[in-house]
Write a protein that binds this ligand. Sequence first.
Ligand code: ZN
Length: 324
Amino acid sequence: MHGERDRDGFDDAHLDIEFGLPRPVGEMLFPDIYIGLDIDLLAPGDGIVTDRHHASADRYEADDPQNQIAGQISPFTLSGWLRHGCERVVQAAGATACHPGEANADYMLQGVYDRDLDAGYHEKGTCIGENADDNAGCVIHDLFGGFGDRAGRVIRRPIRFSPIRRQVDVTQGEAEAHYRQLNTQVRSRNAEDEGQPLRQATRDVVGNLVGTWRLTLRELKPEYVGLLVEAVDYLDAHSDDYEMQLGGARNFGGGIADVEVVNPLYTEAELRRVYNRAQDPTSAMDTKDDIWRDQCREEFVRALQARIAAGDGDLPMPTEEESA
Ligand SMILES: [Zn+2]
């Protein structure tokens, strides 16, 4: 058993299936998982931290195309969006997901928590039970963390961005993007006011974001990878559904994200090449795409199915054939 684990690098001892990969984990990008993002307009609800070394606040001109402001996008909005995709995957598999909120929180709508519990959620943390061992909670609880001292098993970092491509390192979870501060004026429609502005709202956005969001697994369990790849595919397939859009300004097309997991079999040099417009994929990358698609991805998803089935006696354990 131990030899198996050393070769794979993944801990599958808690799963009721045999997990195996065609290549050594040491040659893969794990424990990092890179989420490739392509978003025309992103208005993160919790704002953007800008780095104004070269363009101080009083020198910012909204109309100036030469603004070279870099900064970072906080991971909170991104995390909520990713979690939402993960919840949908678990629910589609026939299980319930940990509710993201405390049962006694002060919700604005009456009965919203109970309504969620009827629609694919269990109360946050109830999956752990009394004698919590490491694998007691549901997989959502594992990945995103729960109460106080139990950190989520996936580290979600901020995305650093810059409008200057050569300053962007996708292996560090960075993106090329253009920061803008939008001023929206709300004008009076009352004829007496002659269209005067009533108030002005300022909103931080980034445009044309292309790059990576870097996640790191604190623990290598194959079902974590299975859940993340399924969630990212779900989010991509539903990218223009209102509830699956990312951040704010959704009525205006904000947060429609083309998203994919960058092939974990790539080297860092190959990962950089994905984002280098001057270079095409190599034949080695094409081969790795085939191996990932035909031999790896389904194996991780099968581990996820096994984990979900283990937590819910009514769901079938995946069989060997399904991985073929
Ligand atoms: Zn749970």
